[in-house]
Design a protein around this ligand. Structure first.
Ligand code: ASP
Length: 314
């Protein structure tokens, strides 16, 4: 397996995109092409991470991110230690710091962390001294989701340059929206964030290449990709919405709304979907949908991220 390695300094962690320049981000997308080829082989395994131990430390539930990271690490021959907080001494009151200090004694070389608190992935790096990949921290960042979204759009249109991605839904509580708003403009795309005013934090308009609107038709007009986001009820403490039905009537991604997007526009969703709330079943399963493609690409992107962070490092 060969992978392009840009000459700029290599970040030690993937917590968000602050330390990542377009050159290195593009290299991750490019190398995911190679990883997809590996995944198409009869023997879907390469020795790149042989001898390394990777801990997936999930303090919050996950289906796609966790399974794809675990498979990605195994496909690259790493030993994988799975830590599920729900079945651990965290339920007996053990702190994040004590938990990570214990796990680090098993000679863990890198952590993949999901946590309900923003900034937890950064703390895991501090407590362990090991490279950390953020698999979603609170409402702050979910960088590998944004990378696989970017990859899926690039795969469809050949390039991200000049493309528009509209993201509709619960922007306020979404780490996926934040990470995409940080990443896509670095790669030449424009991002339109759309939702009811209560779920659309005005400060995001300050990000370069990002615009905000409460009007879904305006949001999707000229969009090449339209992403629907779930209402993150687990992060909502107040009354952000009149009712689910009212929300769906205005903001649901469906064929009627998609008629206002570019003719070849695709539909994305990071999952899990609440069908017929933020997305219609027709749009989720229709010809524009690339939702399962996102899942397939997620494994290749996560292999590429592991490669970039861990291979060839002392
Ligand atoms: N799976 C995504 C996340 O972990 C989106 C969601 O949960 O709605 O942020």
């Amino acid at each position: 397996m060969t992978a392009a390695t840009p000459k700029t300094a290599r970040p030690r962690n993937l917590l968000d995109f602050q330390d990542w320049n377009p050159e290195r981000l593009t290299a991750i997308l490019d190398n995911a092409d190679t990883m997809l080829q590996v995944l198409d082989r009869p023997v879907k395994k390469v020795p790149a991470l042989q001898g390394l131990t990777i801990c997936t430390a999930f303090f919050e539930n996950s289906t796609r991110t966790r399974t794809s990271f675990e498979l990605a690490a195994r496909r690259m021959s790493a030993d994988v230690m799975t830590f599920a907080a729900g079945a651990s001494s965290v339920s007996k009151g053990e702190s994040l710091r004590d938990t990570i200090e214990v796990l680090t004694q098993y000679k863990v070389d890198a952590y993949i962390v999901r946590h309900h608190a923003s900034g937890a992935a950064h703390l895991v790096h501090q407590y362990s001294g090991k490279p950390v990949i953020n698999a979603g921290d609170g409402r702050r960042a979910h960088p590998t989701q944004a990378l696989l979204d970017a990859y899926t759009v690039r795969q469809e249109f050949g390039s991200l340059e000049g493309k528009t991605v509209a993201i509709l839904g619960d922007i306020r509580h979404s780490r996926v929206a934040r990470s995409n708003a940080e990443l896509l403009p670095k790669l030449g795309a424009r991002v339109v964030l759309c939702g009811p005013a209560t779920l659309l934090p005005a400060d995001l308009a300050a990000l370069p290449g990002v615009t905000l609107t409460t009007d879904p038709v305006e949001a999707v007009r000229g969009a090449h990709a339209v992403m629907a986001l779930r209402l993150q009820q687990e992060r909502m403490s107040g009354g952000y919405l009149g009712s689910l039905q009212e929300y769906a009537d205005t903001y649901q991604v469906n064929e009627t709304l998609m008629a206002h997007a570019e003719s070849g526009a695709i539909v994305l969703h990071p999952g899990p979907m609440n069908r017929d709330v933020e997305i219609s079943t027709e749009a989720a399963d229709g010809p524009r949908s690339r939702i399962l493609k996102q899942v397939e690409n997620g494994q290749a992107i996560r292999m590429s991220v592991l490669y970039h962070l861990l291979v060839g490092r002392d």
